[in-house]
Design a protein around this ligand. Structure first.
Ligand code: HEM
Length: 130
């Protein structure tokens, strides 16, 4: 699999992940039954694995490790940020389920997403923004 295909799978994975996150969230808010929510969350967690696996592959096999080391720090921040996005999604859903305050979860999700999208699209070599 070449880098472009892997990057595409990465983008599709986190896009579907985000959509599933919003679906699960609105199901919780609508007070839907436990089971369909659980199933949606389980599918979402499979996508977490895909996100991490494609991200790791991009890093180890396509870019990152192979690229000039000038952007190494940005790669590390991108990877930690990506994991942070996943953690923030989990946190927000858990808080919503328990009826706790969701603010810190949403705040982290937004910050981590902006960070990761900026690095991924605008800074790291595969991005297409200037
Ligand atoms: C929901 C979380 C994530 C989002 C929104 C996200 C977003 C992006 C975006 C927009 C790009 C640039 C387009 C591309 O090259 O495909 C990218 C690339 C990349 N991502 Fe992620 N990502 C996430 C999670 C992760 C994780 C968990 C890892 C590491 C395990 C990771 C590692 C990478 C790497 C290494 C690249 C290639 C960057 C390059 O060389 O240009 N990402 N990601």
């Amino acid at each position: 699999m070449d880098a472009t295909q892997m990057a595409l799978i990465h983008i599709v994975s986190w896009s579907i992940g985000l959509v599933l996150f919003f679906i699960a969230y609105s199901m919780i808010k609508q007070g839907k039954a436990e089971k369909p929510i659980k199933i949606t969350q389980m599918v979402l967690r499979v996508f977490y694995l895909l996100i991490v696996a494609t991200g790791a592959d991009l890093f180890f096999n396509h870019y990152g490790m192979n690229v000039e080391d000038t952007q190494f720090a940005e790669y590390i921040v991108k990877i930690v940020g990506g994991i942070w996005v996943v953690a923030a999604m989990e946190m927000t859903l858990a808080k919503a389920k328990k009826g706790k305050k969701e603010f810190s979860g949403w705040l982290q999700l937004i910050i981590a997403l902006i960070l990761v999208l900026a690095l991924g699209f605008a800074r790291l070599p595969f991005g297409f923004l200037p």
